[in-house]
Write a new protein. Structure first.
Length: 259
């Protein structure tokens, strides 16, 4: 079983309704973040998972709205584990530039993101896989104008959830999402108001339909989306379940025979 919580369903544009991109994914005892934009740090606690329990952070790309709360997370882990004897290891996975970004944060905030008990394991990847207890996370590059990744998480029972990150139309994303139980996919603009490197609901639905996913949740919505029925804008091409994401939205994904 995979439990997916949308921590932030918005973008870099300030919104009273939506935080910047961030998602909490839980599989058994393993808890990971996909992106950690502004608001994600406190969103973890609102979701009932203390930040100290996060095992890994998977960054789709390094635009500030997707990474802003990485420093507060590391600061909290440093303070929580410093001098306590226990060692906290956290994997930080992302595209090219991730290691330099984390090192810049540590230098900027020195010494407040470092302690002998805090061990960040940083890995830059393109197409690759990270294995955690009960959860395998696979990545592929997608189209966004900067190094950017989409991710597929699978638990030990074969349940799968895919996160698009920020992307335009991407054949790699279609392949990654093939047969997934859940696709959390960006839809930054209403139909007819798209922008290169991003998707509209119709475009997101076409990807979901081609990939044959069972359920789709739209995220990364700009404020102009709030006056639009984004789920209805997906049109008839995708026949699975559709939801327009909101901060705090939870999806519990199980194998079909368990539902």
């Amino acid at each position: 079983m995979i439990r997916w919580t949308v921590l932030g369903s918005g973008t870099h544009i300030a919104s009273a309704r939506r935080g910047s991109p961030g998602h909490l994914v839980e599989a058994g005892e393993t808890k990971v973040l996909f992106d950690c934009g502004a608001g994600s740090f406190h969103g973890i606690a609102r979701a009932g998972s203390p930040p100290e329990e996060i095992d890994a952070v998977f960054l789709t790309h390094l635009h500030p709205d997707h990474v802003t709360d990485l420093a507060p997370l590391l600061f909290r882990l440093r303070n929580a584990f410093r001098g306590g004897g226990a060692v906290k290891t956290i994997d930080i996975v992302g595209p090219e530039g991730t290691a330099a970004h984390v090192e810049a944060l540590r230098s900027l905030h020195a010494p407040y993101l470092e302690a002998p008990e805090l061990v960040p394991r940083i890995r830059e990847t393109g197409e690759g896989e990270t294995r955690l207890p009960g959860l395998a996370v696979r990545s592929v590059p997608v189209e966004h104008g900067v190094p950017a990744l989409a991710y597929r998480a699978e638990d030990g029972e074969g349940t799968s959830a895919v996160y698009s990150g920020d992307t335009g139309r991407s054949e790699a994303l279609v392949r990654l999402a093939a047969g997934a139980d859940l696709l959390v996919i960006e839809a930054s603009f209403p139909n007819g108001a798209g922008e290169r490197g991003h998707l509209t609901p119709e475009e997101a639905a076409a990807i979901a339909a081609e990939a044959g996913v069972k359920e789709m949740v739209l995220v990364h919505m700009n404020p102009e989306c709030d006056g639009t029925d984004m789920a209805a804008e997906c049109g008839p091409s995708f026949r699975g379940r559709i939801a327009a994401g909101e901060d705090g939205l939870v999806r519990v994904v199980k194998r079909k025979e368990e539902e």
